[in-house]
Design a protein around this ligand. Structure first.
Ligand SMILES: Cc1cc2nc3c(=O)[nH]c(=O)nc-3n(C[C@H](O)[C@H](O)[C@H](O)COP(=O)(O)OP(=O)(O)OC[C@H]3O[C@@H](n4cnc5c(N)ncnc54)[C@H](O)[C@@H]3O)c2cc1C
Length: 311
């Protein structure tokens, strides 16, 4: 393991971007550090410069602007519930945030870090000697995916619990980079490739999460995990129904990316469930078996539709 040669704490986004440019492919932004530092000290993510972004005041505000609720990326998961404008408009986001990790971790973990946290797999999130003993998997310099018995693609799973709810509510991200600010739909940043799960430029800084307020959403969130605290997800689902009758189904904790199925309230829920099962690439890389997680996907989606459509 290489100890970082430099730790720096810039005061502005512009300063952070300048430092990042000086360490191409060799730096990491740190927010709460609850994901990044664990990966780093397990030898999964190494770099020689850590850029602590917690001093960037520009990433800390929560406000309503035009027709969006804007949540600064440094808002801690534990703090979400304190903002009435979040709880009143998107109660499912508060519920999802409370389901992440444990109370202590949520006091440090940020929403931005949750959106950008690393994919996981039972063959990857292990100590260096464990990974060496099994011959290393594709995500850590091996030749094949061990979870699938030798495929040449990585199926490490996407594990953020807040993202399914955010995508189900049509969230966008405000990203800052050396050439300015861009706004993108949240679901477009994920690639589906477990090795490089996001298509963002390395230097991009997530400034705000934008949630549209021009529509009303009912959202049902569900999470499967062995213990009610600390454990990562084995399956997360969020299903939204908006005032216009649009349905968004988002599956997390299963495929290398959050899987989105869109439909209309007049469509067949059974068809949507079949589409979700067909589109989600679940492999045996979790505490629970592939079959059990797929069975639970059906159960969660049926329960979610029941709650949304039979009110
Ligand atoms: C024991 C344990 C249990 C956990 N359980 C869960 C769980 O149940 N559900 C879950 O979703 N997660 C879980 N996590 C993972 C992690 O705690 C959360 O995802 C957390 O929200 C990450 O936020 P952070 O601020 O600590 O991110 P960090 O670790 O600081 O960063 C994560 C990644 O995001 C990047 N990043 C962070 N902020 C920005 C930004 N503003 N702009 C650009 N890049 C940025 C970092 O460079 C890094 O690549 C768990 C972690 C542990 C250790």
């Amino acid at each position: 393991m290489i100890a970082e040669k430099k730790y720096t704490k810039p005061a502005t986004i512009a300063e952070a971007l300048t430092i990042a440019q000086n360490y191409p492919d060799d730096f990491a932004y740190v927010a709460g550090g609850t994901d990044l530092l664990v990966n780093k000290y397990q030898g999964n993510k190494e770099c020689s410069c850590l850029i602590d972004i917690t001093g960037l005041a520009e990433l800390k505000s929560v406000s309503i602007d035009d027709s969006h609720l804007k949540i600064g990326s440094l808002l801690r998961l534990d703090e979400l519930q304190r903002f009435e404008m979040i709880g009143n408009n998107f109660p499912a986001l508060v519920i999802a945030a409370k389901e992440v990790a444990s109370p202590m971790l949520r006091k440090t973990a940020t929403i931005g870090g949750n959106i950008l946290c690393e994919n996981r797999c039972s063959f990857y999130n292990q100590s260096e000697w464990w990974r060496e003993a099994v011959g290393y998997c594709l995500k850590c310099d091996g030749d094949v995916c061990i979870a699938t018995g030798g495929k040449k693609a990585c199926f490490s799973k996407f594990v953020s619990d807040t993202v399914p709810v955010l995508i189900s509510a049509n969230a966008k991200l405000e990203l800052c980079d050396i050439d300015g600010t861009t706004i993108v739909n949240l679901e477009t940043i994920y690639t589906g490739d477990g090795i490089k799960p996001r298509n963002l430029r390395e230097t991009a800084i997530l400034k705000n999460v934008l949630l549209p307020l021009d529509n009303e959403y009912e959202i049902v969130f569900k999470k499967l995990r062995p213990r009610e605290a600390v454990d990562f997800t084995s399956l997360t689902t969020a299903v939204s129904l908006d005032k216009k009758g649009n349905i968004r189904i988002v599956i997390g904790g299963a495929d290398p990316m959050p899987v989105l199925i869109e439909g209309q309230v007049k469509g067949s829920t059974e068809d949507y469930i079949k589409m979700a099962l067909a589109k989600t690439r679940v492999v045996d890389n979790d505490y629970y078996s592939r079959k059990y997680r797929r069975d639970m996907m059906r159960v969660f989606l049926e329960q979610s539709f029941e709650a949304l459509l039979n009110k």
